[in-house]
Design a protein around this ligand. Structure first.
Ligand code: UDP
Ligand code: MG
Length: 335
């Protein structure tokens, strides 16, 4: 099969195809070889008991381990599985987007591959969709992540909620369900560095959130390094609003005013007290604070300029190498 390239927001996201399953489970996979058999065993258990037909779409996000091979084995044994193999690592959210583009179900559920989100919660999400909600978010009770990670997540969720004007308890929880129309909207407006839960929240009309269990990682460690996580945070901040850059400008004005007042104060003090030798280092300290502001401001401007650059360059968010659909016999495993 020739490689297939899909643009950022493919127009042909299949909707209501005859024979399309009622639900699609979308799972991004990046170097998860150790846990995939167990993951699929649990997914299969849930799907077998489900009240409606469902498909599973695994997206291999350019894994360098044997994840793709594992997925093809799973696919060979389960006719409900489609494997989308990306040409290179595109990041979790771009991988989910690729999954959206290939999902055919009337409801799409996303899930992490590391079993931190229990697949057994899927029926509860579908119930909430049946009850009339178009996006079902989740928040993680007894979250199995380190404390620092939880604090950063809470901050990120606060920023995200404010920037799209929708209150979310936990935008980092990826066990979520989206109705077809929301999936189509997200595909249409997904841009550079999509952050799916926030993007979906911005177009949702009747969102809801439910509490779910959360486990520590089953095997391996988080695929997010501190740097990757920071990049995601910056994407989120600059991707949804212009407020940060406006705040920086405001801070710049504030800092300049403070600097001027400080100069006036020093001048008057010089007249009253006379020349003083001390305090030079205090001045240095203050200088460094200002310098920090300046660097941050330049960095933020750079973020926006970078986004414009990426947008102008117009490369797709992800590149699909091969799609292994159930009815096809998989071609020799390309990696
Ligand atoms: N993931 C991905 N591409 C990446 C990083 C992560 O597809 O570049 C997948 C990963 O395989 C997992 C999910 O995204 O299924 C969440 O990743 P991880 O568990 O590392 O994130 P955390 O739970 O620490 O937020
Ligand atoms: Mg995880």
């Amino acid at each position: 099969m020739p490689p297939e390239t899909v643009p950022t927001a493919p127009a042909g996201a299949a909707t209501g195809l005859p024979g399309a399953p009622a639900a699609s489970i979308v799972i991004p996979v990046f170097n998860e070889e150790g846990g995939l058999p167990q993951l699929h065993a649990r997914i299969r258990g849930v799907l077998d008991a489900l009240d409606r037909p469902a498909e599973v779409i695994y997206i291999d996000d350019g894994s360098s381990d044997r994840s793709l091979e594992e997925l093809l084995v799973i696919q060979a044994e389960d006719h409900r599985v489609t494997v989308v193999s990306l040409a290179r690592n595109a990041g979790q959210h771009a991988a989910v987007l690729a999954g959206f583009a290939h999902a055919r179900g009337a409801v799409v559920v996303t899930l992490d591959a590391d079993l931190q989100n229990p697949p057994e919660e899927i029926p509860r999400l579908l119930e909430a969709i049946d009850a009339g909600h178009d996006v079902v978010g989740t928040w993680r009770e007894d979250r199995g992540d380190p404390a620092l990670r939880r604090v950063i997540s809470a901050l990120v969720t606060g920023v995200a909620s404010r920037s799209v004007g929708v209150t979310m308890r936990d935008c980092g929880s990826m066990l979520r369900a989206y109705r077809r129309d929301i999936v189509d909207q997200v595909l249409r407006c997904a841009e550079r560095s999509p952050f799916i839960p926030v993007l979906a929240a911005s177009v949702a009309r009747r969102p809801t959130e439910i509490a779910i269990g959360h486990a520590a990682r089953f095997v391996g460690r988080s695929r997010y390094s501190a740097l990757r996580f920071m990049r995601l945070g910056f994407d989120l901040i600059t991707g949804f609003s212009m407020v940060p850059i406006q705040l920086v400008s405001l801070a710049g004005i504030g800092v300049s005013l403070a600097g001027m007042s400080f100069g006036v104060f020093l001048f008057i003090r010089r007249l009253v007290v006379g020349p003083e030798g001390e305090g030079v280092f205090t001045l240095f300290a203050i200088l460094f604070v200002f310098l920090g502001f300046l660097i941050l401001a330049v960095g933020l401007v750079g973020e926006y300029v970078g986004r414009i650059y990426l947008e102008v360059r117009g490369r797709p968010t992800y590149l699909v190498r091969t799609v292994h659909r159930p009815e096809e016999t998989p071609p020799c495993a390309s990696s």
